[in-house]
Design a protein around this ligand. Structure first.
Ligand code: GLU
Length: 262
């Protein structure tokens, strides 16, 4: 199966911005094993800005654009160094692809990206994608950003022709209410259509270091579902859930992609 896995900063880094070593090691181990089992994987990884914050000892997520760009440049390097080292231990070769909105909005450039991903998968490499936050800023008059990696990962799933998109988050899935605030909140196991009611359920808040939230996850689900791709939101705390999801077992919230003729 061709699977795009998206990991958020909350899975990769502690709230300090420093690497969550145990979390990342587990993630890399499971992904390597799934690749060994024959799945084709693309990883969309956040964490550049968060890890840059840690490495540069900044007090928190930068508010100004140049510091954000600098943190991303430092953190992206650290991120890929970490992945290269950890995946290398399992004999997997990683490749870095950094995108801006222009790369996916212009057909020729999008085609270039698709070609690169296809060839990397043929060569059995593991493409690791992030937004190019060091240069993708909206302050130069044109909109060059996708903005967050939930949407980016759905676009990547489309470009890669993936059958499944998995968003690993700091939450177990989509709930009937905010589980951080409401004890009666219940997990929604399956979604076949994004209704206005569901949209109303999705708050916009993200975590301190990342940028996503439920609203962006629903937007990602819409893109994935329209392309016939299933999307699962699951908790990245235990990356072993990826085994269950890849095997089609119920975990988190599964959004069912639209099938031909359905
Ligand atoms: N591209 C951002 C980063 O690497 C993350 C965006 C997101 O959290 O969705 O820090």
């Amino acid at each position: 199966m061709k699977i795009v896995v998206k990991v958020g900063t909350s899975t990769l880094a502690h709230p300090t911005g420093r690497l969550n070593i145990r979390g990342v090691e587990k993630l890399v181990k499971v992904l390597s094993d799934l690749k060994n089992a024959g799945h084709q994987l693309v990883l969309v990884s956040s964490g550049a800005i968060g890890m840059g914050v840690g490495k540069l000892n900044l007090p928190g997520r930068p508010a100004d654009m140049p510091t954000k760009q600098a943190a991303a440049a430092v953190g992206q390097c650290e991120l890929m160094y970490t992945y290269d080292k950890l995946f290398g231990a399992y004999n997997h070769t990683v490749a870095q692809l950094l995108l801006t909105a222009e790369d996916v909005n212009f057909p020729q450039r999008r085609q270039n990206f698709e070609n690169a991903v296809r060839r990397l998968l043929e060569l059995n490499a593991l493409p690791i994608v992030n937004e190019n936050d060091a240069v993708a800023t909206d302050e130069v008059g044109v909109s060059t950003t996708i903005g967050e990696n939930d949407t980016l990962s759905a676009i990547v799933a489309q470009c890669a022709g993936a059958e499944l998109l998995i968003l690993l988050s700091d939450i177990d899935g989509l709930y009937t209410a905010d589980p951080h605030q409401d004890d009666h909140a219940a997990l929604i196991p399956e979604v076949r259509e994004i209704t206005p009611e569901l949209r109303a359920l999705a708050g916009a808040a993200g975590t301190a270091l990342g940028t996503g939230g439920m609203a962006t996850k629903l937007r990602a689900a819409e893109i994935a579902m329209a392309g016939g791709c299933d999307m699962v939101i699951a908790n990245g705390r235990s990356p072993e859930v990826l085994y269950d999801i890849a095997a089609g077992r119920h975990t988190g919230t599964r959004f069912i992609g639209r099938r031909e003729g359905a």
